[in-house]
Design a protein around this ligand. Sequence first.
Ligand code: BDP
Length: 717
Amino acid sequence: MRILTLLLVIAASLASLSSHAEDGYDLWLRYQTLPESYAKDVNRTIKNLVPGDINDPTRALAIEELQTGFSKMLGKPLPIKSNAGKASLMLLTSEALAQISNDVDTAKLTELGDEGYLLTQAKINNKPVTLIAANSEQGLLYGAFELLQQMQLQTSLKELNHSSSPKIQRRVLNHWDNLDGSVERGYAGSSIWDWWELPGVINPRYKDYARANAALGINGTVLNNVNSKAISLDHRYIEKAAALAEVFRPYGIKVYLSARFNAPMELDGFENADPQNPKVRQWWKDKAKEIYQIIPNFGGFLVKANSEGQPGPGDYGRSHAEGANMLAEALEPYGGIVMWRAFVYSEHDAEDRGKQAYNEFKPLDGKFKDNVLLQVKNGPIDFQPREPYHPLFGAMPNTPLMMEFQITKEYLGFATHIAYLAPLYQEVLAADTFAKGKGSTVAKVIDGSLDGHKLTGIAGVANIGHHRNWSGSIFNQANWYAFGRLAWDPYADSQTIGRDWLALTFTNEEQFTEPTLGMMMRSREAVVDYMTPLGLAHLMATGHHYGPGPWVSDLGRPEWNPAYYHKADKNGIGFDRTKTGSNALAQYSKEVAQSFADPKTMDERYLLWFHHLPWDFKLQSGKTLWQGLVEHYDHGVEEAKAMQQTWQSLKPYVDQERFTDTAQRLQIQVDEAQWWRDASLAYFSHVSGKAIPQGTTPPKHDLQYYIKLSFPYAPGN
Ligand code: BDP
């Protein structure tokens, strides 16, 4: 039986050897043929594979992946052996290892927890072997992926001595996918989940999705949009979710669902969904039981409540904690968790939108059950190109806070602009909250180390769709990859991640990776400059958020209008969040508040986020604010052009397909950077009465031209 399974595994890996064009489908699992000298090295170090007990489904996948990788990179799968021989590759759990060797420090292994792994050269039965060791089958799978990654990066296997374990427990993608196949803020085509055909049809893509994620250590996925439909919790849809959960389970990926708070009403005709109503509480308990019967490793619920029209506990005068705890109580017997979102603001609240979540949640600190994570967006407004970190980080020591990043680029140019987001993520993770003195970074808040939390999490709003390349563009794949790497290790460095991604995606050649990395590292700042420089935010056109709309000021809710955020008039520009304004500064620790208090000395990247200043305000450069603003817009356009030039120079290193696709997108980016700059300057010049400075190119068109542009079919809306 075992032999048969192994043969099947080998046949499957050989079948997948057939080559196809570089269309981006393989992501970071391309397993290209290795250069001869490195291949020789590998062949000397690893000659055969001792798989261990492949009746374990997770182990079987590790072996399958290794065989696929070796077949593709070296031309043939590894011969299978039942016992350690010279130059074996072995996969051993710590238990098995302890029985056959005392050469490896198993105490060190214990520290690696449930998901960590050790990759090392060791002696087993006196034979030199390459060892993947872990405390669980899951750790072995992660170790196998890491070995394959290191081989793709051509790391010398002889020097391999590498252990790693995740610093954050729940590393989750949030799909904003609707049941009709559309994706809210999705720019990579329709949803990869075919809800209609599930559970009958299992698209092979589901497995490739799981492989790509497991390779990064992502261990959870919320299948449906936070703006959810109650029917997702109907029995038929639970069975559909269960079919996906089945594919993902051996990869260590749990399925979660977004839950609509009033589901008892919409599904079963209840009069209310009040958390104090015993019948409602029972409904959720029954629902949890029903789900766990079909999905035994179900992760739990993600909830958007009392936010942007979604129902919630507030409808009955109950707090967010009461709402979250009701669901947590239902999931508790099965080990499930609730990820309750802190993204709330109300049109009935005249308070600065950026302050509302803090005001609502800070008083609830410590009131949530142990299996609740509060999911907080990286900034206080909404996934802008740049925001200061959310003031809730560091302000709720008695509640585990989960980070929510957006991978899909709703506010950073969709799938057409290149914006490498790792520097944005890293900027937030490294921000110091001073909650417990210097060094109380956001990363320490979310990995639980600052306040001693066991339950920890990080979420990324996925940029995945049905496009052949998954993410709409090749460079958007880097953001999925970077999210995964930072979820595993929030202290990792965006340059290293970017370099690895380039090598895995294109080539190891430095003449290619270094200039391309340079371009990636500057890309997000370029977007900030041509869209919302100097701390401006939310100037995107209404609804679809595509392109500039700083003039919009007539929408129903004040905080939907860009004009609300920039507050520009003939005297000045910016949102006063100091004492003389909304005093949002007071939501930060005193050290942070002080650092942003003085517009003359502060980090000017956040200037207009915190201050309303006259157009003639003197910047640190000595220029006036108006001149500085114009310069930033110009610089953004220059940077987009420089990226385009860099890419043109890299043609010799890139296949035709991906070269052309990227070049076309960069042309759009250059054109749109210009559009953003021209439209914004036309508008700000109009409201301020300031002329475009001499020597600066005036906008191509008058303001009315930009105002009149409309985009009824912009995607993702
Ligand atoms: C905003 C998006 C909207 C989401 C919302 C959220 O525009 O589509 O539903 O965030 O996160 O950025 O709930």
